[in-house]
Design a protein around this ligand. Structure first.
Ligand code: ATP
Ligand code: MG
Length: 443
């Protein structure tokens, strides 16, 4: 096995010995270790890198493990049978062990901002070129490989640029990341404006990490954000959606959202602005904050959150505004139409996969039915696969101050009581839905 001492670029690293960092081998996923050893046995260098090293140093549980190596994606692909190369513009390899996927990236190197494009490069161009930038400086293709020192310099924040080596169990630090970590400071590597222009999503990442890790941003990292957040509009919308999910489902959604609003970034991410706290006079606006806090609580208790539920909450205010413009109470067809519009508007900012927006739509539709006090609707709702989510949403609406005819409590009781009491409750309801009043068509 080759020692890391001879690895090009390593001479620029501060080496933190085993006794001075708290990482122990047993905290590291077996799958990640197998990837590292597999690469080393094939003659390559391999390190844990990024969020997992950062989180282990902070005493947190990493949510995934990333590996950096000098092996090229095609080499990695050859070494591990259950692996595949993903991404064209930033190639990485996913290596699968059971349910775990280890992301393996090849050390990235510097590239001159030479190949400039006005529009996104075509499939053919992406295949042929290993680097490309847009006219605003955004990196479009990033497949130039380099040494570990260059790789560290291409990462986003100093705390994310720490490497852990199983050779001597040392941490390698190229950018004073450990000092920043200890001072709980998020610091971007290099010139902040340039790094945000290269990849505007880094601004969202800055906010996500600051909120999640309770780090403060250093002033150089923070100050360009207000000026440059509009560049997020040019980021790819599927990527923005991925990032949005991470912002929402990371357990710190309420704080993340407060920061997004503070920087004005909600305007780049959403079709509508948010109001919260004392400014929120409207129950629909208040519901958003409640949903975010609720989901943070669930995550803290080890429960899952459904992206479709959160999306239903986030898009509730614009949906209510649309429905409010209609005459009379909303009917299912009208709700469907408005829901379609609201989702469409949002998908101009971030992609929304259908499987997720369909859940939101089901939750919204259930709201109309959960409020109806007749046997058919009750049976329909109770057997619906989204009943639980729909009911939770109804409770949120009530907590936000909306009048839902006391149906939240009714449903709570209905679920608590035994079968015979349930039958009794059903018998007290009318058998049929109330005939809908037809609105007279205006001439
Ligand atoms: P977490 O997995 O907890 O969300 P993370 O830091 O591991 O956080 P990943 O998206 O898994 O985030 O990325 C792994 C590492 O890759 C990061 O720690 C960082 O070093 C690097 N990285 C990811 N995205 C970028 C980016 N947009 N620009 C520069 N480096 C990045
Ligand atoms: Mg990670």
């Amino acid at each position: 096995m080759n020692s890391i001492d001879t690895l090009p670029g390593i001479e620029h690293a501060a080496v933190i010995p085993r006794g001075e960092h708290g990482i122990s081998r047993k905290d590291i996923s077996e799958a990640a270790l197998r990837v590292i050893y597999g690469l080393q046995n094939a003659g390559f260098a391999a390190f844990l890198v990024g969020g997992c090293v950062r989180d282990l140093l902070l005493g947190l549980h990493p949510k995934d493990f990333d590996v950096a190596t000098d092996a090229h994606p095609e080499d990695v692909r050859r070494i591990f049978r259950r692996s595949r190369i993903v991404g064209r513009r930033f190639k990485i390899v996913h290596v699968r062990f059971g349910r775990e996927v280890i992301e393996v990236t090849t050390f990235r190197g510097h590239h001159e901002a030479s190949n400039r494009f006005r529009d996104a490069p075509s499939r053919e161009q992406s295949r042929e070129l290993d680097s490309a930038h847009s006219h605003t400086g955004m990196t479009l293709i990033d497949n130039v490989y380099g040494d570990i020192d260059e790789d560290a310099g291409r990462r986003d924040f100093t705390a994310n640029a720490l490497y852990y080596s199983t050779d001597g169990f040392v941490v390698l630090d190229f950018h004073d990341g450990l000092r920043d970590l200890r001072q709980r400071r998020l610091r971007i590597i290099g010139d902040a404006g340039e790094r945000y222009r290269e990849d505007p999503v880094r601004m969202l990442r800055a906010i996500r990490f600051a909120a999640k890790l309770e780090f403060s941003m250093d002033s150089e990292t923070e100050s360009p954000i207000r000026e440059l957040f509009h560049l997020l509009e040019s980021a790819s919308s599927p990527r923005l959606f991925d990032e949005l999910l991470k912002l929402l489902c990371g357990g710190h959604a309420a704080e993340t959202f407060r920061m997004l609003r503070d920087y004005g970034i909600d305007r780049a991410l959403f079709s509508h602005g948010f109001v919260d706290g004392d400014e929120a006079m409207d129950p629909a606006d208040r519901l958003v904050g409640l949903a975010l806090r609720n989901s943070d609580d669930r995550i803290a208790r080890g429960l899952g959150v459904t992206p479709g539920f959160l999306l239903a909450a986030l898009l509730w205010p614009p949906l209510q505004r649309r429905l409010g413009r209609l005459e009379g109470g909303p009917h299912l067809m009208q709700l469907r139409e408005c829901a379609e519009q609201v989702v469409l508007e949002q998908s101009q900012h971030t992609t929304i996969p259908r499987r997720i927006s369909n859940v939101s739509k089901e939750i919204w539709e259930l709201q109309i039915r959960l409020e109806r006090k007749d046997r058919r609707s009750v049976n329909f709702c109770f057997e619906h696969q989204r009943f639980r989510a729909g009911y939770d949403f109804l409770l949120l609406r009530e907590s936000s101050g909306e009048d839902c005819g006391g149906m939240g409590e009714w449903w709570t009781t209905f679920q608590d009581v035994d079968e015979s009491q349930r039958t009794h409750m059903l018998e007290q309801l009318s058998a049929r839905p109330k005939p809908r009043r037809r609105r007279r068509r205006r001439r």
